[in-house]
Design a protein around this ligand. Sequence first.
Ligand code: SF4
Ligand code: SF4
Length: 290
Amino acid sequence: MNLSVLYRGPLTSCNYSCEYCPFAKRTETKAQLRRDQQSLVRFTRWIESQRQHAWKVLLTPWGEALVRAWYRDAIVALTQVRQLESVAVQTNLSCGLDWIEDCRRNRLALWATFHPTEADAGVFRRKVRRLHNLGVRVCVGMVGVPEFLEAIMTMRRELPPEIYLWINAQQPRARPYTPDELKQFRAIDPHFELTLKRQPSRGLPCRTGKSVFCVDGRGDMRRCHFVHRVIGNIYDPTWEHCLHPRSCPNRFCDCFLGKAQLTADSLHEVFGENLLERLPLGFSTPRPSR
Ligand code: SF4
Ligand code: SF4
């Protein structure tokens, strides 16, 4: 079976301090960080052992993962796993990039988010170009803060056109977007609408819990990040038994990751097989040497 798993371990710290983010300035004890590392190593070994399925993995940490060596090591290891088609990670791209050379780069994808108050745009773009030249699939993201509009337009102008720049609507925001702001965001990201409106979802069939599921540091499985009921545990030998078609119990589905699974069939024409990597068709990456 083709399965996609979204892994989110206990890590909640980030080296940035974005005003719109609840994870800024959190710190962890050494013991908490050790637990995060052990959880990730266990998860990586589990994926290595699951040869009966074809896998896609997306790491969706609460904080920033790639400044931690164990996430970089896990990604290098995961890209070598035969039954794994793709490993993607959400990151602010503040880490060094030399470790990327050790990955099987045609299996790696990055959601690289640029935060104008925290990072230098030129340095960020140089890293994106390096990844692109190495053959890593990379999309760039920014939060649709009205005050960032100029920075978002500059980012779009300065990035190679084949690199997709997505904009996540700011949630919550102090005021509604003006028609002019909406027009400009839509002109930069043709799929901006996907994150703008709440999507009514109760009772609708959704792929989560069947071919897509989330895993936490203990191995507990949930359908998605928004339905909190535990449906199984990957370290239980019968874990596959909990996967079956389901409809959504929530009134609304709110973020790209959820809506993408809810409306996967209609988005197939836009994203093809690269929904989890958030790469619309037509945004290409040169073939890597390995
Ligand atoms: S980089 Fe991401 S996780 Fe870190 S503070 Fe900013 S929004 Fe939050
Ligand atoms: S529709 Fe959204 S909230 Fe509902 S189960 Fe699917 S991903 Fe989760």
